[in-house]
Design a protein around this ligand. Sequence first.
Ligand code: AMP
Length: 546
Amino acid sequence: MLGLMQDTPLTLSSLLDHAARFHGEVEIVSKDPGGLTRSNYAQVAKRARKLAAALRRRGLKEGDRVASLALNTIRHLELYYGVTGAGGILNTVNPRLFPEQILFILRHAENRMVFFDPAFGKLLEPLAAQAPNVETYVCLSSVQEMPDLLLPNLVCYEDLMDVEAEGAWTPVSENAGAILCYTSGTTGDPKGVLYSHRSLVLHAFIATSADGMAVSRRDSILLVTPLFHVNAWGIPFSAAMCGAKLVLPGAAVDGESLFNLMRAERCTFSLGVPTVWLGFLDYVATHREELDLSGLALERILVGGSAAPRSLIERFDYMLGVYVIHAWGMTETSPLATVGTPLPEHAFLDRQARYDIQALQGRAIYGVDLRIVDADGAPTPHDGVAVGDLQVRGPWVVQRYFKGEAPATTEDGWFPTGDVAKIHPNGYLQLTDRSKDVIKSGGEWISSVDLENAAIAHPDVREAAVIGVPHPKWQERPLLIIVPTPESMPNKAEILQFLASRVARWQVPDDVVIVDALPHTATGKLLKSKLRETYRSYLDEATEPA
Ligand code: AMP
């Protein structure tokens, strides 16, 4: 007989079991409205098992969906393991989406239960009648903190936990769905990406690797990336895999709160989108004299979701001696795909040359294969010159969107990312553009098409184009460019007010430009690349979103 290895299923519960058994005392800290809550892997595992038992008792069947609308707290982390440990699928919903999008997701995913932070209860009230699939609403709070809400079958999370005995995990196949995350990155309705237990565990392995995120037992991780955004970049799983301390900031992601939490909890590693870090650096720069920087244990941060500005990389280095790891990924890639850890030859570069390298999007990690293709789909060389549409494939890259009829990949199995890039001979990816026209402000997507549709509804607007223009704080903000209807005298403030009644407040464009004509392609499509070029420096002053 040939020898063969054991066929142990790669399930999420195995990660938490490992953490509870071998790193049980390692702390998990969360900043809640009432102050800091301290737990550890052993307690989280115990409570997640209780939750799994409670869910089963309430009739949750394998593959049923359960939604969360919550920030980074211990209770939300418990849901990650409790729901999936009961064989369910946790659908993490971004509470900052427009209510119609939240409703679309709750219905499309056919969620049977919704767990929510008390702060999001009011947001759910008007949606409940239109989401009859949701049988139970669970408020993530103690009985004392429960707000008065008009929601059907409203239950308090701690009540649920109090009455149920700890149970076993529901055995599931490693290929069963575990977490469902919707992307609003493309136009039209949000699309669901369903991660399997196996894909998430494999992703966790790579995140703990030295050229991944190098997450280890020696880390105390400040998890700024929301748990509703691509599984907080997989940290809940990679941290459990190696027993890293987890620090969850709740709603407090301003520079001062992050600094204080980071120092108090001796955080060595943190992750987030550039906007968060710009706020953090501004706080440190302004309060430099009074801050005790020597108390900071931070060694490195991982930045992604939008391009990390070179200035951010540089400021982290010279102000704090912190190394910025620039990574690229998408909801569809779980998200880790390329990571910018240095090569041996970079050790001898002067600082400015090193920042140039760090500003690139990094190199492919094992598990994700990359290529760029031309307009005919033919691969182009990785010579640092040719620019093409970026395609990826691998065991944690989407195959088909949730309930999607057609595959999300090309006939030969590659996922077209919608990003446009170069690949350098040493493997570094460099994003040069986006073929999709959405805008990304502070790490959140804004659909230009939705804004254009809203603008065109105004009687004075004949044609409208919305583009993202670079912004020092939000990376991009929307700018509306309109061609007025004949004989009309559009008033900018009035148009913006008109939009404010139709889209979320933070999505309202920062300004309106009135022009005689918009540039078009030969087939009559708006030539957005031309507009982006013309208005590149339009918002050179930092402004808050309207
Ligand atoms: P999401 O699915 O919301 O995570 O968005 C994924 C998209 O964000 C990618 O397709 C890119 O357009 C953009 N993105 C992510 N990381 C980076 C990065 N490091 N540099 C530039 N764009 C990025």
